[in-house]
Design a protein around this ligand. Structure first.
Ligand SMILES: [Fe+2]
Length: 239
């Protein structure tokens, strides 16, 4: 059946968004053959996510915390310049084969760079409440319903002891919720994160203090579902 002009346009937007997001995250594209040590600009203003995530938190989080991870990774690259020949994702997938002198720095600072680059893309002002299309269908298939997915994600995010991340990952053909401690990523050879929530206190303490549950509830108001769907689409296309 021929596609309508509307659905063709939606498909174009999805693919264009996937192409825009993928290089930042080090997915295997021609443009991402080398390690990026640039702080990616936010795709919105620091105050764009108010009142759910405040402007000061966003500014410090991006300009100080994310930037510090890149500085830490750059110091590791000074010690081992050959790291530049791999994408960030490739480095994180091959931690055990990296020189021991830089392995922990790449894991922590490289992980921080990767996780935050994804996190910014997962957020948007005036976001829609839930995904549509194939991602919505996959969530319903793998979790029972969107509400069940949110419940599982929230429960696991609340259970993280100390600092870490909650994720929606594509794992060999199935969507799963996972958590990682510190700046570890959930990356695996056949596993990719498509949505992440930063649960370090620096991500929410100014506005929410100890009230992590309120921060998680606010997060659902600013999830950029079209961007998450674009990452999902990109992975399904490559599977
Ligand atoms: Fe963070």
């Amino acid at each position: 059946m021929p596609q309508s002009r509307g659905s063709t346009r939606r498909e174009f937007i999805k693919v264009a968004m996937a192409a825009a997001v993928a290089p930042t995250l080090g997915f295997a594209t021609q443009a991402a053959e080398k390690l990026s040590l640039e702080l990616p600009p936010l795709p919105y203003a620091y105050d764009a996510l108010e009142p759910y995530i405040d402007a000061e938190t966003m500014r410090l989080h991006h300009q100080k915390h994310h930037a510090a991870y890149i500085t830490g990774l750059a110091k590791a690259v000074e010690q081992a310049p050959e790291l530049r020949r791999k994408t960030l994702e490739e480095l994180l997938l091959s931690l055990s084969s990296l020189p021991e002198s830089v392995r922990t720095a790449v894991r922590n600072h490289g992980g921080g760079h990767y996780n935050h680059s994804l996190f910014w893309q997962c957020l948007a002002p005036k976001a829609q409440a839930s995904p549509e299309g194939p991602l919505a269908a996959a969530i319903a298939r793998d979790f029972g319903s969107f509400d069940s997915f949110k419940e599982s994600f929230t429960k696991q995010a609340m259970a993280i002891f100390g600092s870490g991340w909650a994720w929606l990952v594509w794992d060999a053909g199935k969507l799963r919720v996972e958590t990682t401690p510190n700046q570890d990523t959930p990356l695996g050879v056949r596993k990719k994160p498509i949505l992440g929530l930063d649960l370090w206190e620096h991500a929410y303490y100014l506005r929410y203090q100890w009230r992590r549950a309120e921060y998680i509830a606010a997060f659902w108001h600013v999830v950029n579902w079209p961007a998450v769907a674009a990452l999902f689409h990109n992975l399904v296309q490559r599977a």
